[in-house]
Design a protein around this ligand. Structure first.
Ligand code: MGD
Ligand code: MGD
Ligand code: SF4
Ligand code: MO
Length: 711
């Protein structure tokens, strides 16, 4: 039989002789945060599988990561530092040494600081990897940027900020119930979330509930693959969910089904909120959401009579002008039904923050000599073309492909073309963004570096041990920043701590959730559940709001300049708000998660690109016929900001007036040299400057039939 060189206490003999099994974790920006095992043979990774015993991963990865090993060894992977030799955007580079690359960077950054001050440096970290050492959760490089006084990001505004802030006004935090507790629900509302594409590991808990009789409702403007599996699907107009929530509550209150005992003991401002709810009778809500009144009433009655009801919402739901308010209002529903107090009831938007990472020790704000400005990552175009005092003179991009992923692509391209801007991109592949770099640095991938991970859709943390040596001259972010600090002549020892030392500091906390969890244990076991009770109910000891109660009425929201009550904020580009714009651009375009890519990661992976096919836009038959568009036609999708080309897919999976496409394609893959983000506005959601990707009006025309004034 087999024998195994054991790296970890949890392994039993299960592999070929001489093989080494190494625990790791998926680094991608995905709620599931899977734990995996790498099989290493003769120094090479030959196998990758999900950890079978991990209750959330449950032995499976996903269609994107199953073939990860071929991505790691892809022939077009960046392996050496490069210097630009062509014009910005041309993508012509020559190989240089690490010493030269780091030396050039150090000189440029020192010059920038001398001429403009540290804030002229913009460290632009995206969500390419989430880890606490190399990735965005730990703001890799934070110590160095603090020492240099560089500008900061306000948070990962690109993805989830608005919704997190919105739910915090109601329950005090961005987090909600343990997603695993969906298995105890009797009614599950999958509200603006495409589970089977974006975080399929949750599905088994939903199925477990269904086996015990739970009813599953999908609320999504698109008939997604998740909606297709639900017992019922409601397709409201995009961005109208808070109105729907208030309408459902109207039905519940009319029935007298609110949980008065819970409300009395655990909430603040019920009378005011009740008056707000009264303003949203189903007839009004039907007009706002475009849903039949009878279906709103029926769902309201179902919620009123089914305990416990669980709501799963994710980030897509808040990519609208009223995204923060949407989560604020949805989070109030279990406050009215009392389901926050029942196992299997409540809402989960994110679990991020359940891991009480010691970020203060990781970041060391004391290295900052004075407070620095924060920049919004979804306003990169504006930041590069309009910001002054100081202007951005040095842009260090890592874990991000902003030319593909960030709103207002044309403006970003213009900013990245600036001759006086020094741009460094740390990457795995020759993305469109890389083409604008002065210096390109090759980063290690997950099998080649150490990292510490949590998940934003579960309560586990994991240690990712390096399994193989990096190919070529790839380096981890942590090492790149150590080398840069040295080349810049900085001598604070905090800038030179090892990866393990950093990981130990992240885990250094008196918080009970980390009781008994050490780096040694993680290295031994690969992953652990945080020390919360199991099953877990978050708000049994009250809500972490100023009043200690769930706040229907929030003084904090009021002080921050918002409506103190949950309410409904229409989309910026709603026909009711901007009628003239809606006439010019009649279709609301959603650009949602692709089943085969993770944001723009993998859009260059041949097998996944083949499965995904060309960029598509789904149009309702009525909308298609009106424009003489047939299934399979090549169309130009445009508005006053820009355009991109896609294949028309004519289907009733969307309603008239709504169109759907997917995010992630690289602009350079299209003959228009653009993707959907050429049409998306550089605009903030109501709370926390989140992006409004799905609040986007467009018109569509056959390629070849574009008129000059329209495009
Ligand atoms: N396969 C795959 N998985 C991913 C990603 C990916 O790119 N590909 N992206 C990852 C990332 S970065 C994130 S942040 C997460 C979470 O990202 P998700 O929340 O999954 O993001 P979306 O796909 O934008 O939106 C989810 C669903 O919400 C719907 N939706 C959009 N607007 C509205 C609305 O106004 N009302 C309602 N009710 N529904 C609406 C969309 O049609 C979509 O089906 O997923 C992660 N998982
Ligand atoms: N239209 C539209 N656009 C969207 C969205 C939408 O719903 N609609 N969703 C938004 C969301 S939710 C998000 S989170 C953003 C994501 O936007 P980004 O943060 O830009 O993420 P990606 O597009 O995946 O690009 C990540 C890049 O990092 C690289 N990378 C991966 N790992 C590492 C590493 O360890 N080191 C380095 N140096 N590089 C690495 C990958 O090769 C990839 O090119 O996109 C947003 N864009
Ligand atoms: S992308 Fe998500 S589902 Fe796929 S392996 Fe990574 S964490 Fe798991
Ligand atoms: Mo995201």
């Amino acid at each position: 039989m087999e024998s195994v060189v054991q790296r970890s206490g949890r392994f039993s003999a299960s592999s070929t002789e001489g093989d080494v099994l190494v625990y790791g974790a998926c680094p991608l920006d995905c709620p599931d945060g899977c734990s995996w095992v790498v099989t290493v043979r003769d120094g090479k990774a030959v196998g990758l599988r999900g950890v079978a015993e991990h209750p959330f991963t449950s032995g499976a990865l996903c269609v994107k990561m199953n073939g990860y090993l071929s991505h790691v060894s892809a022939p077009d992977r960046l392996l050496y530092p490069l210097r630009r030799v062509g014009k910005k955007g041309e993508g012509r580079f020559e190989r240089i040494s690490w010493d030269e690359a780091i030396g050039t960077m150090a000189a440029k950054l020192n010059d920038t600081i001398a001429s403009y001050g540290g804030e002229a440096i913009w460290p632009y970290q995206g969500t390419g990897t989430l880890g606490f050492l190399q990735g965005v959760n730990g703001s890799a490089g934070a110590r160095l940027w603090n020492a240099l006084g560089a500008s900061k990001h306000n948070a990962v505004a690109i993805c989830s900020l608005a919704g997190g802030i919105g739910s915090s006004y109601t329950v005090g935090v961005n987090r909600g119930i343990d997603p695993e507790s969906l298995q105890y629900a009797r009614l599950i509302l999958l509200w603006g979330t495409n589970v089977l594409t974006s975080h399929h590991h949750l599905w088994k808990f939903i199925l477990a509930a269904r086996r015990k009789g739970a009813f599953i409702v999908a609320i999504d403007p698109i008939h997604t693959r998740t909606a297709a599996q639900a017992d019922e699907h409601l397709a409201p107009l995009p961005g109208t969910d808070a109105a729907l929530a208030l309408g459902l509550l109207h039905v519940i209150v009319e029935m007298g089904a609110e949980d008065r005992e819970f409300i009395q003991a655990n909430t603040l401002g019920w009378e005011q909120f009740r008056a707000r709810i009264a303003q949203f009778p189903p007839s009004r809500v039907a007009a706002i959401t475009g849903l039949d009144e009878s279906r709103i009433v029926a769902l309201g009655q179902r919620i009123a009579t089914t305990r416990p009801t669980a709501i799963r919402a994710t980030m897509g739901l808040q990519r609208h002008a009223g995204g923060g308010m949407t989560l604020r209002t949805l989070t109030s529903i279990p406050g009215v039904t009392g389901d926050w107090g029942r196992l299997g009831g409540g809402l989960v938007y994110s679990t991020s923050g359940y891991f009480p990472a010691n970020l203060a020790d990781l970041w060391r704000e004391e290295l900052l000599k004075k407070p620095v400005r924060t920049l919004v990552m979804t306003r990169l175009g504006e930041g590069l073309t309009e910001l002054s005092d100081p202007p951005v003179q040095a842009l260090i991009i890592y874990g991000s492909n902003p030319l593909a992923s960030v709103p207002d692509q044309n403006k970003i391209r213009c900013g990245l073309s600036r001759e006086d801007l020094f741009t460094v991109v740390i990457e795995h592949f020759h993305t469109d963004t890389v083409k604008y770099a002065d210096i390109v640095l090759p980063a290690t991938m997950q099998l080649e570096h150490a990292d510490l991970h949590d998940g934003y859709g579960h309560l586990y943390i994991a240690w990712n041990a390096p399994a193989v040596a990096p190919p070529g001259e790839c380096l981890p972010h942590t090492e790149i920043f150590r080398r840069l600090a040295r080349a810049m002549g900085l001598d604070n020892p905090l800038l030179y701590e090892s990866d393990e030392a950093l990981a130990r500091q992240v885990l250094q906390s008196e918080h009970p959730a980390l009781k008994g969890i050490t780096l040694e244990r993680l290295q031994q076991e690969g992953w652990v559940r945080l020390a919360y009770p199991n099953p877990f109910m978050p708000f049994t000891d009250g809500f972490p709001t100023p009043s200690g109660k769930l706040e229907f009425y929030s003084e904090t929201a009021k002080a921050d300049g918002y409506d103190p009550l949950p309410g409904y904020t229409p989309p910026y580009e709603a026909a009711s708000v901007q009628n003239e714009l809606a006439q010019r651009f009649p279709l609301v375009l959603l650009a949602t998660a692709s089943h085969f890519f993770l944001n723009s990661t993998f859009a260059n992976k041949p097998d996944l690109l083949r499965k995904a096919g060309s960029p598509k836009i789904t149009l309702h038959p009525v909308d298609a016929a009106r424009r003489r568009i047939k299934d399979g036609d090549l169309v130009r999708v445009f508005n006053n900001r820009g355009s991109f080309i896609a294949l028309a897919q004519v289907s009733d999976h969307v309603r008239p007036g709504v169109a759907a496409t997917t995010k992630g394609y690289w602009p350079g893959q299209s003959e228009s040299d653009s993707n959907v983000n050429a049409t998306v506005a550089e605009r903030d959601a109501d709370m926390g400057s989140g992006a409004v990707y799905h609040d986007n009006r467009v018109e569509v025309t056959l390629v070849g039939c574009e008129t000059q004034e329209k495009v």
